[in-house]
Design a protein around this ligand. Structure first.
Ligand code: HSE
Length: 439
């Protein structure tokens, strides 16, 4: 029997993820020790209320309300409190005391990442955060380590399970957004206040983290363009399917060159039309997937559970084993690479494709008027489909539905095109404007 030196692990928070981390640490201690080369000794769990009911039965004597004292005696601090404060202060204290930190806190990383990484670098500690993006899916370490020698061009992620569940239900069962949201709430995917998920805030935090990591730069949360799914209609989802697409909300991080030849990045979250043949189109239910396009490796996809207590605990434990190994080996942590300092471009700079659906007057010259608006804004039409006109039967012109697919164009030109179309007399209504994934 090998005698391992123990590393002291302090756990902050015993919610759905924290209590599973504690359980697995206690149940699989020997196995984890053999993988880490060190015993992972859970020295305490800091919580707000030691008597609160928990998902898992854990030894009472591990609990404390004194997080600060717990941190002081730890080699590794696992922060699973969530939110900004007191998590930020406690993580900074832990790093400043020389402890490595494992966190699953996406909000904290997306808003205070540079401050935390600098604090870690200053003392040679390391911050691990595999659980912060896409739950159980290994995506942080692949970007940080496995793909460190490659050049990532673009990442497109389904990184919010709740919204993927809602859009999938709309697609597969014909539910309205409201009905699908109600089901998501009933099943416990959506929170009582679903704003963070359905308005894309949660995905935007993850986009900021992924973009920073993938492009070795700092992408502030405020620079992430964000649109949610509350305006996605069942008609859009049905029409998308008929045309060979699936509506998905994607977090996209992309390397770009602007009109002046300046290299930068973009991070954005919005619902988009994904071709049925794309691997992301087959991500169903509350599952997550991250599609990475790298210069040398080509296309990669990482798929799995994006949330859930025990699933996310798997990612936390992986980080814990890595941190314990580092303690055994010694030496400073690997600093976060943000050296490329690339500008983050606003959404208007991005080149994308739109699908625009219009109700137009069914009269001579309308198609040419519409085409003229696109041409005036430098937007090239790839496809146009006109469906049968409605005849009001009173001798006046009926309306027809036009579905226009554009070639790649600058977002600012596409947005101006949509505004100009809405101002045309022949355009009765713009019923749908969605981006389309594809070259
Ligand atoms: N609310 C998130 C989701 C899980 O639905 O995916 C944690 O980020």
């Amino acid at each position: 029997m090998i005698e391992y030196r123990n590393v002291r692990v302090a756990l902050l928070g015993a919610g759905s993820v924290g209590s599973q981390v504690a359980r697995l640490l206690l149940e699989h201690g020997d196995e984890l020790a053999s993988r880490a080369g060190a015993g992972l000794e859970l020295v305490g769990i800091a919580v707000r209320d030691v008597d609160a009911p928990r998902d898992v039965d854990l030894p009472k004597d591990l609990f404390t309300t004194d997080a600060q004292s717990l941190i002081l005696g730890a080699d590794i601090v696992v922060e699973l409190i969530g939110g900004i404060e007191p998590a930020r202060t406690l993580v900074l204290q832990a790093l400043q005391s020389g402890a490595d930190v494992v966190t699953g806190n996406k909000a904290l990383l997306a808003t205070h990442g540079p401050e935390l990484f600098a604090a870690a670098e200053q003392v040679g500690a390391q911050l691990y955060y595999e659980a912060a993006v896409a739950g159980a899916i290994p995506i942080i370490r692949p970007l940080h380590d496995s793909l460190a020698g490659d050049r990532i061009e673009r990442i497109m992620g389904i990184v919010n399970g709740t919204t993927n569940f809602i859009l999938d239900l709309m697609d597969r069962e014909g539910s309205t957004f409201e009905a699908a949201l109600a089901t998501a709430t009933e099943l416990g995917y959506a929170e009582a206040d679903p704003t963070a998920d359905v308005e894309g805030y949660d995905a935007a935090q993850k986009a900021a983290i992924l973009a920073s990591l993938a492009f070795h730069t700092s992408v502030p949360l405020a620079a992430v363009h964000r649109e949610g799914i509350t305006a996605v209609t069942i008609e859009q989802v049905r029409a998308a399917r008929k045309a060979g697409y699936v509506v998905k909300i994607l977090a996209t991080a992309e390397r770009l060159t602007d009109a002046d030849g300046v290299e930068g990045v973009s991070a954005r979250v919005y619902p988009a039309l994904v071709p049925e043949s794309h691997p992301l189109a087959s991500v169903h239910g509350a599952k997550n997937a991250v599609f990475v396009e790298a210069e040398a490796a080509g296309d990669l996809m990482f798929y799995g559970a994006g949330a859930g207590g025990v699933e996310t605990a798997s990612a936390v434990l992986g980080d814990l084993v890595s941190a314990a190994r580092r303690h055994v080996i010694g030496g400073p942590g690997v600093a976060e690479s943000t050296r490329s300092a690339l500008p983050v471009f606003p959404i208007g700079t991005v080149r994308t494709r739109y699908q625009i659906t219009l109700h137009v007057a069914d009269a001579p010259g309308v198609l040419s008027t519409v085409a003229g608006v696109l041409a005036k804004h430098g937007v090239s039409v790839e496809t146009v489909e006109q469906s049968a006109a409605t005849d009001p039967g009173d001798g006046t012109a009926g309306t027809a539905t036009l579905v226009i697919g554009t070639h790649l164009a600058r977002e600012s030109d596409l947005a101006a095109t949509v505004v100009a179309l809405r101002n045309e007399d022949v355009v009765v209504e713009t019923t749908s404007v969605l981006r389309v994934v594809g070259a």
